[in-house]
Every structure is written in C-alpha cells, then in structure tokens.
Design a protein around this ligand. Structure first.
Ligand SMILES: [Mg+2]
Length: 305
C-alpha cells in the first residue's frame, strides 16, 4: 500500500516536471518560431478524430488593403481552407474584428463556416443566423460620443467604421502628422491613469491600421473559451492570428491548442516584433499556406496508410 502511493507520487512529480518543461519549450515569451511545437502538432494531426481550426481574416488570411472592402485572401488560401472545411473531422471557425457577415462574404466559402465577428460580439451560424451579445447602455452612449467627433476625425483624414459594439477609426496610409491629430481628437477615450476600467465601459485599442473604441465584453479570447468548452480534451486545436486582438485568443488557449502568430509577408527581423503569447510564428503567405496545405492533406489515420 505504502509502496504504491510512493510510485503514484513519483509518477505525479514526473508528470508535473514533464508538463512544465513542455510548457517552457512551447511558450517562449517572444512567441517566435517554435518548430518543435509545430512538429508535435503535425505528429498528432493524423490521429486526431476531432480538430478545430480557428483563424482570423485580416492580416492572417488576407493582406491589408487601403480599401478594406478589397482585402481578398492570399492566392490559394480560400481553396486550402475549403479542403479543411470539408474534412468531416474539422470544425472551421473564422474569428474576425470585422462584422461577421462582412468577413464571411469576403472569404466567400460555401457552405459558410461558423463565423465570429466584431472580436466575438457577433456570431454568424452556418445556417445564416446572426446572434449578438447584449451591448450595455453606458457603452452605447460612449460610442455615440465618439460618433459626434466624426467631423474632426474625417477632417484629419480618418475613415470611421461603425460596427456593433465598436467603432473603428482607420488611419491606414495617413501621414504621421494626421495620425497624431486623430489621436488628439480621441484623447478623451484614453485609458485611465490608474489602470482601472473606465466607468463608460469602453476602451481604446490600437490595431494595425488605426484605433478602435470597443465596448468591454466579448473578445477573441471569449470565442476561444466558448469553443474549448464545447470540445473534448482530445480535440486537436489551433488558432491563427496576426495582431494584438489575437493575443486574447492565444492567452485563452492556455496550452490547450497551438497558438500561431502570422507575420506579414517579407518579415525578416524577428527580434523587432512586439512580444506575443503565440508558440509559433509563420510568415504569410508561404508558411501560412504550407500550414493549411498540410492540414488539408492529412485525413484521419493518414499515418497508418
Ligand atoms: Mg488580423
């Protein structure tokens, strides 16, 4: 009896040590190229009877465009996603900052995959039903206050995009001086100096190409946690995204899936990148397309063939 519990304890310690060394290996603070994590993932893929691919749109599947309605997926990306989408074992989930319908339309997959929009505030079901989280009244008022600043923002050259639960102020292609003016107009929405949440339940977030005033509430991490709750422990999961809003998702994965940061085409200086919680970095479009192609090429049980 005594011997058994000692063995049990040793196993526990060994398991714990193995887990922490694995976490250290898989979660470098820089979030840069973790080839081992990628190798482990594709080793497991053929045996995974259930897989989930969660993926962002802008900057991940599609390069940025000054006209955001022209942001088309990288050549070949839609076809590769479609192959994954039609694998019976895979659940494909699009997670975008855009309105859900807009992201789904730009991607253009038929049948339409499960699509989350406005960073998780909207969910477009495969059947086409749009479901939204409830927007608190004080956040709605704050968003209206920002809309009242529209003339000043547009005069500085910004483009205003009204979404459900957020307003994006696009400054892509603006000169630094104009961006500074935009920032000045948005000053009243800056975070509080003491780091506490603002009483109007909104927060200003910089993104690649502008600023967004967002209501406190769902974010991409919320989407990931919801998906994790719906899946069993042995489901193989990956999340691919490129910007700060995807960091919420990387954190929410908490080691239960592969967190992949997608880098802009031509990225060479990996040391100059902002820190990330991602385990692996893949350059768009080549490495990203390679990842999707490998997933699409791997049916269940491929290793036994
Ligand atoms: Mg993005």
């Amino acid at each position: 009896m005594h011997g058994m519990s000692t063995i049990h304890l040793r196993q526990q310690v060994a398991r714990h040590a193995a887990t922490s060394s694995m976490l250290r290996r898989l979660r470098p603070q820089t979030g840069l190229s973790g080839p081992q994590a990628l190798t482990d993932f594709f080793d497991r893929l053929p045996h995974a009877r259930r897989r989930v691919l969660m993926i962002d749109y802008d900057g991940t599947l599609a390069p940025f465009s000054t006209d955001r309605f022209l942001a088309q997926p990288y050549a070949g990306a839609s076809e590769l996603l479609m192959r994954i989408h039609t694998q019976p074992a895979t659940r494909l989930v699009i997670v975008s900052g855009r309105p859900a319908r807009e992201a789904a339309d730009l991607l253009g997959l038929a049948p339409r995959p499960e699509t989350w929009g406005v960073h998780g505030w909207e969910r477009l079901t495969p059947a086409g039903q749009l479901v939204r989280a409830i927007l608190p009244a004080q956040a709605k008022l704050a968003l209206h206050r920002l809309l009242a600043l529209r003339p000043q923002l547009e005069e500085a050259g910004a483009l205003i995009e009204e979404k459900y639960a957020s307003i994006a102020v696009h400054t892509r292609a603006l000169a630094d001086e104009s961006v500074k003016r935009v920032r000045h107009v948005l000053a009243e929405f800056e975070p509080r100096a003491d780091g506490q949440p603002r009483p109007d339940a909104v927060y200003l977030q910089a993104f690649d190409g502008g600023y967004e005033l967002r209501a406190l509430g769902p974010n991409k991490g919320t989407v990931v946690r919801g998906v994790l709750r719906e899946e069993t422990r042995d489901t193989l999961i990956a999340y691919l995204g490129d910007d700060v809003t995807d960091e919420d998702a990387f954190h929410a994965l908490g080691g239960r899936g592969l967190a992949v940061r997608v880098l802009p085409p031509g990225t060479t200086d990996l040391t100059a990148l902002r820190p990330s919680a991602a385990q692996v970095a893949l350059r768009a479009p080549d490495e990203l397309l390679g990842f999707l192609a490998r997933w699409g090429d791997t049916p269940i049980g491929a290793a036994q063939l």
